[in-house]
Design a protein around this ligand. Sequence first.
Ligand SMILES: [Zn+2]
Length: 389
Amino acid sequence: MFEFQITAQSGRARTATFATPHGAVQTPMFMPVGTQGTVKGISPQELTEIGSQIVLANTYHLLLRPGPELVAVHGGLPGFTAYPGPFLTDSGGFQVMSLGHMRRITEEGVTFKSHLDGSSVYLSPERSVEVQQALGADIIMAFDECPPYPAERDYIQASLERTVRWLERCLTFKSRDDQALFAIVQGGIHSDLRQQSLDATLPFSTPGFAIGGLAVGEGKAEMYAAVEYTAARLPADKPRYLMGVGHPEDLVAGIALGVDMFDCVYPTRTGRFGYALTDDGRLNMNSSAPRTSLEPIDPDCDCYACRHYTRAYLAHLLRAEEMLAPRMLSLHNLRYLHRLVERAREAIRVGRYAEWALSWAARYFKGKPKTDEMSGVPAWFARSVTDDV
Ligand SMILES: [Zn+2]
């Protein structure tokens, strides 16, 4: 169980098969976010059809409502949600920091007020694992602290040291052996702090490792320098998960640096706002051009929306505030990211990842500001994709 078998490599990018109790998944992969135990507006049947593999659920939200006991009565998330594949739950730490009010962090744990009803809730490494065991995901995450950006260097250091002590408590408490607990490497954008976190975290030899604390407001150049530094020092034979990151350009750059797993609310959130992801960048379906276009969103896409609907029809649904519009745009955007990683896997298999990534990016970034004059793509992207170590 949880065997991670690399099947092809191209530069630092790799493809692999990762075995979980609810089936084997292919990496690199994008994981849709089902915050409340549902990917907003998309049924489990649709998720399966568009090639979703692992679905992410949020411990913080499910702890507050409906509570882990009710999910456990259903046999965990697969029974509760009817999504038959593997799940991943986060630890709740990140949401406590970003959504919880009046939080108080001590060595023991975090007390905060629920954003739903103001009641006082306590979360600790032990409680987080207890809740995640009741939710029953195949992959669970260590309870960590994700410092805000910017944060004082001393604070980041103290926080990452506490995160290591919390990791040890999570592993001591954990009792289910059909769940893989991933450790999280912190350290912000500082290489020496990333190294300190790596040195303290890697000896726990967890079945996978996450790169945390990024995409919280720092620039892309700083973020990808930290991803590059960290990914290169994580064990080659374990999955690497870049948490909370999932714009198309992030997937293509992250995969180049050896990242295997991504998650983000972006495709469904931007879909609900009326935007469609394409190889030419993000298409605004609220603008005037789509209203008379008889083209599908993306002629190369095989999702239900692209096989059946014109842009004009979807733009009409959007203006009429019909619920099918955000549903179909979310479905398309998820399929776009799944297809993007499928194309990435194929490029890795034939040993031409950097070449494919640059050609994808030349079209994606065309006409966008801040592109490097030489390559036509942003400098951080070109560096991530082409700098072989
Ligand atoms: Zn589509």
